[in-house]
Design a protein around this ligand. Structure first.
Ligand code: PEP
Length: 257
């Protein structure tokens, strides 16, 4: 597989934290701290209610804003849902799709991940599509089968042009919010598997250009070890993205030589 240079992405998933005022304060504090981070794309994903506040606070900085989910229809009687166009209208450039918390608590399945990914792409958003195994699946040796099912179920059927615009986040469920980070070697093995899968489902060229983020208890003190792995192209960060200094320390982790 030809090796391509892939630009790092560090994305913060705020989950159900931060009011509008808190979002403004966090982005305003973060902007100067990441102003020199020319080596990577910096993204924050506030809850829906704080998106506009974050977008306004991010104006003039390199910080981009993401939704945490969307619904695939354009509009209609879908109480509680938000469309891709609504996210774009609010100022989002990215959207997280298929996060394990959506899969665990809100009935997200591979088919809905697929429909949401398509809708996001049509609207011009960059989807951050999450995949990852539970602890039980890892311990029973099913990690690759789960990643294969989630990858194909969510992404097979995209056109090459569509696939070239997405990001994939490998997020082992057992590492999310637990403080139990995957070792750099465990993460690299999963990323390698996903890249091979991308090569077989799409093409070697697209697989080589695909940016795969790691997510699961990323902190300032473990980011360097993770980013030292060749196949890791960035991180999706939960808890540590809620504080400007810790998120900035992750963003400012030097690139590998
Ligand atoms: C996440 O929410 O995607 C995540 C990885 O959370 P944390 O960093 O808190 O484990």
């Amino acid at each position: 597989m030809t090796r391509q240079t892939r630009r790092r992405v560090i994305a913060g998933n705020w989950k159900m934290y931060k009011t509008q005022a808190e979002a403004r304060a966090l982005v305003s504090a973060l902007a100067p701290l990441v102003a020199q981070a020319a080596h990577c794309d910096v993204v924050v994903a506030p809850p829906f209610t704080a998106i506009v506040a974050a977008v306004e606070a991010a104006r003039g900085s390199s910080i981009a804003v993401s939704g945490q989910d969307l619904f695939w229809e354009k509009e209609g009687a879908f109480t509680g849902e938000v469309s891709a166009a609504m996210l774009v209208d609010a100022g989002c450039r990215y959207v997280i799709i298929g996060h394990s918390e959506r899969r665990q608590f809100f009935g997200e399945i591979d088919d809905s991940v697929h429909k949401k990914t398509k809708a996001a792409l049509v609207a011009g958003l960059i989807p951050i599509v999450c995949v990852g195994e539970t602890l039980q699946e890892r311990e029973s040796g099913a990690t690759e089968a789960v990643l294969d099912r989630q990858f194909r179920g969510g992404l097979a059927g995209l056109t090459p042009g569509e696939f070239s615009r997405i990001l994939v986040a490998y997020e082992p469920v057992w590492a999310i919010g637990t403080g139990r980070v995957a070792t750099p070697e465990q993460a690299a093995a999963a990323h390698g598997f996903l890249r091979e899968l991308a090569a077989s489902v799409f093409s070697a060229e697209l697989a080589s250009a695909l940016r795969i983020l790691y997510g699961g208890s990323v902190k300032p003190d473990n980011i360097a070890g993770l980013m030292a792995q060749e196949g890791l192209d960035g991180a999706l960060v939960g808890g540590a993205s809620l504080d400007a200094k810790s998120f900035a320390a992750i963003v400012n982790c030097p690139t590998r030589k």
